[in-house]
Design a protein around this ligand. Structure first.
Ligand SMILES: Nc1ncnc2c1ncn2[C@@H]1O[C@H](COP(=O)(O)OP(=O)(O)OP(=O)(O)O)[C@@H](O)[C@H]1O
Ligand SMILES: [Mg+2]
Length: 346
């Protein structure tokens, strides 16, 4: 899509499992201010189904939503769910740009899980390898063409012009973490269906993963273990979270083994990262998405890992009128992807 770069009026669009979110900014450089934003709920079927009818419904939902939000730009930067993106960070010899391209094409063919001619592949040079000073570190990503084309069809059918596709996790990094910190920071976006995990160092992602556990799995555990219906379980989970005092700790008890599955995966990623980047401390974990609203969940993570936990604020790089402070901060943990997409420098 780079032939269209240079567009300055565009908005960021996050098509999630439970909601569609959009953010449009004004201004340029580091002084961008919030122009318009909004979100609309989605049912799971409309959000994820492959059927033509569901995709049409999704397109209509987005169209109406944009009208209601007042977003008039036709140019959109759209997120790609991380669980459909393949990414790898690895070292290669220091080569000329041309040679590097050839080597990476060859490497990509053996690394990425989908056939090369059915995938959109991209790479970025991160910097020196942390292990071998004669090598450089590369970030390689690929997405299946079919996914990109499906999103393109949906968005073009409602008159939008897609200026960029970006993996959700890279958008999160832009909106949520300190750009130049030499220490490692982790972003965890725990959504409905899955958790995106990224570890960033010096502004560049060094490890990314998508873990197929999200708030839906917690709610399911509560439904089964407490013998209640889903609506009731959802209410309990978001009201009592991991508290051991509320409701005699029954909700905690019901969901803790599912929460610990996720915690175990996070722990594996930290260990993997620290095996490669020895002596780089993990400074903080920024948590965002639905689970960041669960009572005592951030505290639980802080105790498990002994690391400071921050709730992600999607507006941290964006200015807005102080009168909107309360309204915006109450939802700041849901807009990381949309804000990060809107902050791209096209
Ligand atoms: N206070 C709350 N009460 C009830 N449910 C809540 C509350 N806060 C968040 N949720 C639920 O949390 C879930 C996940 O939120 P989030 O918006 O992060 O997911 P998503 O972005 O749609 O999913 P994904 O990123 O996995 O595609 C949603 O099902 C949402 O309804
Ligand atoms: Mg999400």
């Amino acid at each position: 899509m780079s032939i269209l770069s240079g567009v300055s009026d565009f908005f960021g669009l996050d098509i999630g499992t439970s909601a569609v979110r959009a953010v449009e900014l004004k201004g340029s450089g580091v002084n961008k201010s919030l122009h318009r934003y909004g979100q609309v709920g989605l049912d799971r079927k409309t959000a994820t189904s492959d059927s033509k009818a569901d995709q049409q419904r999704l397109a209509e939902t987005i169209k109406t939503f944009l009208q209601q939000t007042g977003i008039s730009s036709k140019n959109v930067a759209v997120g790609i769910p991380s669980n459909r993106v393949f990414t790898a960070v690895f070292d290669v010899e220091r080569l000329s740009k041309e040679e590097l391209k050839k080597t990476l094409k060859y490497q990509a063919d053996s690394m990425i899980p989908t056939p090369l001619d059915e995938s959109k592949v991209d790479w970025a040079l991160i910097g020196d390898s942390p292990i071998d000073k004669t090598k450089v570190e590369i970030l390689l990503s690929s997405v299946p063409n079919e996914l990109v084309e499906r999103r393109l069809d949906i968005l073009e059918s409602i008159g939008l012009n897609v200026i960029a596709f970006e993996p959700d996790n890279l958008a999160l990094v832009r909106s949520l973490v300190l750009p130049d910190s030499p220490d490692a920071q982790m972003v965890l976006d725990i959504g409905k269906a899955s958790t995106d995990l990224v570890i960033v160092m010096n502004g560049a992602p060094r490890l990314t993963r998508s873990i197929p556990t999200g708030t839906e799995a917690f709610v399911k555990a509560a439904t089964q273990n407490l013998g209640i219906d889903q609506a009731q379980a959802e209410q309990f989970v978001f009201k009592f979270g991991l508290s051991k005092e509320k409701l005699e700790g029954q909700v905690h008890q019901a969901i803790i083994s599912t929460v610990d599955l996720l915690v175990g995966e996070i722990d594996k990623s930290i260990k993997f990262f620290q095996g490669r980047y020895v002596n780089v401390p993990l400074q903080r974990i920024v948590v965002t998405g639905g689970a960041s609203a669960l009572p005592e969940f951030p505290l639980y993570l802080a105790n498990k890992f002994g690391i400071s936990i921050e709730i992600g604020n999607a507006w941290r790089n964006i200015s807005f009128d102080p009168s909107r402070q309360n309204e915006l901060l109450s939802i700041s943990n849901y807009f990381g992807v949309a804000a990060g997409l809107a902050e791209r420098n096209e």
